[in-house]
Design a protein around this ligand. Structure first.
Ligand code: DAH
Length: 351
């Protein structure tokens, strides 16, 4: 009675599993393997029936065994069939891959607007016969101030708030506040005549805002030879402005003061947005300030061992951020340092 019951119970279980096997479906190889394990693995449902088979009374073994084998073979061939289909699908997917198709578009980096502008300024002056000179960012007082005619304690030093470097043995070490220091280094080391442009990073102890930053970039220019005049300076600046901002650009010079030049001037260019009519970029004046300049002060020449009776020269200095702001109407200096890709991408197509 007990065996009879067992036999009936297992037969219906076999039928149930046969039905299940015929409906098996999976596409991924991993899923097919999972199905196989569930049915035929060590703890699989079909394997469990084989374990039970060992306890079946001998007179039922034949019928029961045959059914069980039918079920096992059905499961095996179903799994094989699914695997074959998956393989076929995989290879047809591979075959349909078009090797001549263009690749996916990759996002490329682009040059930073400050390096684009720096490069443009330098290449204009290179065309005029200037060479490029660079100097250290960590400087001494002499190269940043002393040799440039800033006497100790002179209030002109307050024009540039300085980061001093704590150094017990030498408290004259600082981060350069302008690239005019490279003027001095060039005069010390280069034979005359001199015609150089000096790009670089400068540092000032200023609060960061839309119009000021504690790190920015400048290009300094220096020309020293016999008989260099203010007219030469004006011509050099005019040609630069026209190359940088367009052939119809005009300049004007306003008297100014710098310790290292005499006379000194500030240079404005006609506004390239409103063409001098007055707009909100030039605050209605029609002019935009681009640089400081002047004739190298005789004291500066003397400090570097150049005889001011024989030689004269001019110098100029401009902020790269400022030039770039005017060229592309960037209204906030901080954009240059934050490196937001959406901002940088706007310059992708420039040069
Ligand atoms: N060094 C000045 C500054 O950082 C800029 C400057 C003005 C440089 C006049 C010059 C010059 O060579 O002649 O504010």
């Amino acid at each position: 009675m007990r065996l009879q019951n067992r036999k009936e119970m297992n037969l219906s279980k076999i039928d149930e599993l046969l039905e299940k096997v015929s409906n098996l479906y999976a596409e991924k190889e991993q899923d097919i393997e999972e199905l196989r394990v569930k049915l035929l693995g060590k703890k699989g449902e079909i394997t469990a029936l084989f374990d039970e088979f060992r306890t079946v009374a001998p007179e039922y073994k034949r019928e029961f065994g045959q059914k069980l084998n039918v079920l096992k073979n059905a499961a095996l061939s179903k799994i094989e069939e699914l695997k074959a289909k998956a393989e076929e699908r995989g290879s047809s997917e591979k075959a349909s891959f078009d090797l001549t198709k263009p690749g996916d578009k990759m996002d490329m980096g682009s040059r930073h607007p400050i390096s684009i502008t720096r490069q443009e300024i330098l290449s204009i002056f290179k065309k005029f016969g200037y060479s490029v000179a660079e100097g250290p960012e960590i400087e001494d007082d002499w190269h940043v101030f002393g040799a440039l005619n800033f006497p100790p304690e002179h209030p002109a030093r307050d024009m540039q708030d300085t980061f001093f470097i704590n150094n017990q043995s030498d408290n004259n070490i600082l981060l350069r506040t302008h690239t005019s220091s490279v003027q001095v280094r060039t005069m010390e080391s280069m034979g005359l005549p001199i015609r150089v442009v000096c790009p670089g990073r400068v540092f000032r102890n200023e609060a960061i805002s839309a119009r000021a930053h504690c790190i920015f970039h400048q290009v300094e220019g220096l020309y020293i030879d016999k008989n260099v005049s203010f007219a030469d300076l004006k011509q050099a600046v005019l040609l630069f402005a026209q190359e940088m901002f367009g052939a119809d650009t005009q300049i004007r010079m306003r008297p100014s003061y710098f310790p290292f030049t005499e006379p000194s001037a500030e240079v404005d260019v006609s506004c390239n947005i409103c063409k001098g009519k007055g707009c909100n970029i030039c605050k209605g004046t029609g002019w935009l300030e681009i640089m400081g300049c002047g004739m190298v002060d005789p004291n500066v020449l003397k400090a570097s061992g150049i005889d001011p009776e024989v030689y004269s020269g001019f110098a100029f200095g401009m902020g790269i951020e400022r030039i770039a702001m005017l060229k592309w109407q960037v209204k906030d200096l901080r954009h240059y340092f934050e490196n937001d890709v959406r901002f940088l991408k706007e310059f992708e197509t420039v040069i």
